[in-house]
Design a protein around this ligand. Structure first.
Ligand SMILES: Nc1ncnc2c1ncn2[C@@H]1O[C@H](COP(=O)(O)OP(=O)(O)OP(=O)(O)O)[C@@H](O)[C@H]1O
Length: 312
């Protein structure tokens, strides 16, 4: 089996002048949880729909499970939860899944397997309408798991869930990934992506701003130094780490160096007669990184809702 599950090459979708996806080139590897991270309207759903073959790109190309999007062999290998799944309210969760297995021509038994994997077996016989939102969403994931697809595509799987439901869904996704499933999910929640994804593609205004592991994205480590006099400390720090690696912050200096440089910095500060109050490593959150990346794009409003238009 190839190690690359999805690649896109300058995949673009335009609506008139507006590019919902703008020359996006990304790669998803087998066995990883890949997070598509971006604010509402960034183009996440558009990208996922193109990967599924539900939306025709304006330009660019994609390969998914070795085929073009929409190719029957690709479709057979993907389970997707991309819009609120349409289930019959009066049918049980199990029977709803059986409707789908028959429609897809797969073994009825996979309905029970899928229920078990999302931990809904004990409520599988209850009508769908009696399910909590979290259970409904889990049944949606179960529907995507039917036939044990190689790749799961989940569009905002925790959207609308309460904190407990969100935590359950995240745990489920991590469990699925540990079981060997490749997962692509979209999210506008940074902490969620940080918690469950191996790699992340940051998308804003249709453009892929970065693609890397969460830790690469957060960058190397930074040392926070509180010392006096600040001027002398600054000169010492710049001498060690370079001018660009040192920033004056509210309560001291931030130095972009490996944590292992701390003893040397401490020694040289003391030799320069600087009084050290504190030296500690700090970590940038994904949130800091994200806002740094998008802050120079004035038309990006993380909380802005976009119109629900057209063929969604
Ligand atoms: N059919 C359409 N016609 C016109 N514009 C569209 C259409 N579908 C999406 N768009 C626009 O493309 C942009 C990207 O939308 P998309 O739904 O992919 O974003 P998203 O990141 O999934 O956001 P959300 O999480 O809010 O769904 C938005 O500006 C949206 O308004």
């Amino acid at each position: 089996m190839t190690n690359t599950i999805v690649t896109t090459d300058r995949l673009t979708k335009r609506y008139g002048e507006h590019a919902a996806a703008d020359e996006v080139s990304l790669t998803v590897h087998a066995g990883e949880v890949y997070g598509f991270l971006g604010p509402n309207g960034a183009g996440k759903t558009t990208m996922l729909r193109m990967l599924l073959g539900l939306l025709r790109p304006t330009s660019g190309s994609a390969t998914i499970l070795g085929h073009a999007p929409g190719h029957p062999a690709a479709v057979a290998g993907i389970g997707a939860l991309i819009e609120g799944p349409g289930f019959y309210p009066y049918l049980s969760g199990r029977d709803n899944l059986r409707v789908l297995t028959r429609y897809q021509g797969i073994d009825d038994g996979s309905a029970d397997d899928a229920l078990r994997r999302v931990e809904l077996s004990s409520r599988g016989g209850d009508p769908f309408r009696t399910y909590s939102l979290g259970m409904k969403q889990r049944l949606g994931v179960a529907s995507a798991l039917l036939g044990d697809p190689e790749l799961l595509i989940l569009d905002e799987p925790t959207n609308g869930l309460d904190p407990a439901g969100m935590a359950e869904m995240r745990r489920l996704i991590v469990d699925l990934a540990e079981g060997g499933q490749t997962v692509i999910l979209s999210s506008h929640i940074l902490s969620e992506v940080q918690e469950i994804c191996d790699r992340v593609g940051v998308i804003s205004n249709g453009r892929l701003l970065a693609e890397s592991t969460v830790s690469e994205l957060r960058g190397g480590s930074t040392l926070r130094v509180r010392a006096e006099p600040v001027d002398t400390a600054l000169a010492v720090a710049m001498g060690i780490a370079g001018d660009d690696a040192v920033r004056v912050v509210d309560d001291g200096l931030d130095i972009d160096v490996d944590v292992s440089a701390a003893p040397r910095i401490a020694r040289e500060l003391v030799e320069a007669d600087v009084a050290i109050h504190e030296i500690r490593p700090t970590e940038r959150s994904l949130e800091d990184v994200f806002f740094e990346m998008t802050s120079d794009r004035t038309d990006t409003e993380p909380s802005t809702d976009h119109a629900e238009e057209g063929d969604r």
